[in-house]
Design a protein around this ligand. Sequence first.
Ligand SMILES: *Cc1c(COP(=O)(O)O)cnc(C)c1O
Length: 231
Amino acid sequence: MSNRDYASKQLNKIQNRIVSAARAANRNVDSIRLVGAAKQQSAELVSAFHQAGLNDIGENYLNQGLEKQQVLGELQLNWHFIGAIQSNKTSDIALHFDWVHSVDRMKIAERLNRQSPSNKRLQVLLQIDIDDEATKAGVAVDQVPALSNEVAQLPALDLRGFMLLPRAREGFDQQRKPFARARKLLETCNQRYGLQMDSLSMGMSNDLEAAIAEGSTMVRIGTDLFGPRAK
Ligand SMILES: *Cc1c(COP(=O)(O)O)cnc(C)c1O
């Protein structure tokens, strides 16, 4: 099968899952954005998916993202940074990405705020350690309200909401729990500080249905979209 046919078939499968999940939750499918998590995938494959209709690409590693952007530069794609952020990488992230899903401390937010070019507004999400795993990346749940309020004051950033990567759970009802918790946390922060966060980046290949049931507005799909990752 050509890359083009493969991309159409895979994209169709995921879009059908998103449509069914949205319908089951009584939600408008247009409120859910599909972000292709493209780590370890080639620029060529990403290009085939773009031709098939995928418009949003997520990258975990700056170098892989920049390499793809070199090849795919002229395509109309939205680039999402979804990986751990080292502070020496913030300037390239601010310059080359549209969304940053993985802001987890004020220092990173301040650097992105200072380094983001004046001709665009960086769209930012706080990555939340929703299971309180401590070893995991992300802001501890009890620190989320204060940090949201601080980041929301930074003039060059648009704080849009939260991203989470819950630990793996079996079954729809179990999978829903961390997503529900994030949705409530977002409402709490909005009310307490008068914020207008409207985005929840949650749901991957194995739990996108549960995430959509709890209000996800961005699902980040790797394996079930592009296929297995090269090692
Ligand atoms: C790899 C990755 C995904 C996609 O995971 P799949 O299970 O392959 O769909 C989503 N989000 C982040 C942050 C990732 O690193």
